[in-house]
Write a protein that binds this ligand. Structure first.
Ligand SMILES: NC(=O)c1ccc[n+]([C@@H]2O[C@H](COP(=O)([O-])OP(=O)(O)OC[C@H]3O[C@@H](n4cnc5c(N)ncnc54)[C@H](O)[C@@H]3O)[C@@H](O)[C@H]2O)c1
Length: 360
């Protein structure tokens, strides 16, 4: 029977990443999109062009009462994730919540307690878990292909060009905004912790003065190695994850689905990328794909949540995994310092440091 599904938040991520895989699953009658929840009627109307039978609601409470969803997709700005997840559980729905899970560990805890008491699935949307090159790297590192782990370096940066439909992300953190740390940082740190285990931030610096940060640098410690992470919405970076071990190095292109090489500087060998994920709800997962596009990766993520609901399987990132990522972000903020900006004159550098939020 089709799983009654509602989409909460019909902005950029709904329209650009979720629409196509949802339409495919609806066509296969695996799920039915019965409601589109968004106070912006034009955003809901845009999604409705692909889901003719879905009703438009401006309130999640009303949608839960009238559309009676079994699965709620929370695709709204992060400051709304906790309250909307709690509402969905109160009405007996399972939840897939986009990253970041929430803006604080306290909110994550409330979401996990609500999932446990409602006995419902809480999955967190971490699309990169379904990038086959990422999955392959994790398998290789954990299988010892690089020897004893020594260090890693994660760099991702480009001009911000995601076509958000609201300015929610750009408000100061105290008003619910989420800069590059909670945006790309959740993807990066979730993946790094899945490879290297629980980590702590030894150092963290950002360039947020009155608003949210656009560039961050973090020094990280894991049990077996240490590393660095550099992220920017502003400054182009090399966009790769490099892991150095005692016998080899691995280099992953973070903006590609299938680019991973292993070797030594000057002698890297591209790896065959064949990690696949189920796209049906059968126990033996007979149909699988190697996702090579964002909609394919979202399809695999949605199917995994449906398999969690129907077959009791564990989603790639559940509420505990989502909370572990937010805990690391929160710990990094507790050691925050102003990011050095050496391109400024020295008196401007001093003024920028005085404006930094950690000095207020
Ligand atoms: N997985 C990824 O690669 C990826 C990419 C982009 C965004 N995201 C995440 O998706 C979420 C949404 O991002 P976006 O880029 O679509 O933002 P957006 O601002 O474009 O869209 C947010 C939508 O939520 C709607 N909204 C606001 N208040 C609401 C409410 N009370 N109830 C229902 N809808 C409401 C807005 O009208 C808008 O349509 C964020 O958590 C973001 O981090 C994930």
């Amino acid at each position: 029977m089709s799983i009654r599904t509602i989409v909460v938040g019909c902005g950029a991520v709904a329209q650009r990443l979720y629409r196509k895989p949802l339409a495919r699953l609806a066509k296969q009658r695996v799920l039915e999109v019965v409601g589109l929840v968004d106070p912006a009627a034009d955003h809901a109307r845009e999604m409705a062009t692909s889901f003719a039978g879905a009703r438009h609601f401006t309130s999640l409470e009303e949608a839960c009462k009238q559309a009676r969803p079994q699965l709620t997709l929370i695709l709204t700005p992060p400051a709304l994730h906790c309250a909307q997840t709690l509402t969905a559980f109160e009405h007996g729905s399972h939840v897939l919540c986009e990253k970041p899970m929430a803006n604080s560990t306290a909110e994550c805890q409330r979401m996990n307690e609500a999932a446990a008491s409602a006995q419902r699935v809480l999955a967190i949307g971490m699309i990169r878990r379904f990038f086959p090159a990422f999955a392959k790297l994790r398998t290789l590192v954990q299988g010892g292909a690089l020897g004893r782990l020594q260090s890693f370096e994660y760099r991702e940066g480009h001009k911000f060009e995601w076509a958000v439909t609201t300015p929610a992300a750009f408000k100061p953190r105290s008003q619910g905004g989420a800069g590059v740390l909670f945006d790309i940082g959740t993807h990066a740190l979730d993946f790094l912790q899945s490879v290297f285990g629980s980590m702590t931030a030894a150092t963290y610096a950002d360039d947020a003065a009155g608003g949210i940060e656009a560039t961050v640098a973090m020094g990280l410690r894991a049990q077996d190695c240490q590393g660095e992470m550099h992220l920017s919405w502003d400054v182009p970076q090399v966009n790769e994850l490099r892991v150095v071990g005692s016998s080899a190095e691995a280099v992953l292109r973070v903006d590609r689905f299938d680019q991973l090489a292993i070797g030594r500087p000057g002698a890297f060998v591209p790896q065959v990328i064949d990690e696949s994920f189920p796209v049906d709800l059968h126990q033996d997962a007979a149909r699988r794909i190697v996702p090579l596009s964002y909609p394919d990766a979202v399809l695999c993520q949605l199917v995994q949540v449906l398999r969690a609901i129907e077959l009791g399987e564990k989603p790639a990132v559940d509420g505990q995994g989502g909370a572990a990522c937010i805990a690391l972000l929160e710990q990094a903020l507790s050691v925050a310092a102003p990011l050095p900006e050496p391109w400024l004159a020295s008196r401007e550098q001093a003024a920028a440091a005085r404006l930094h939020w950690s000095n207020r």
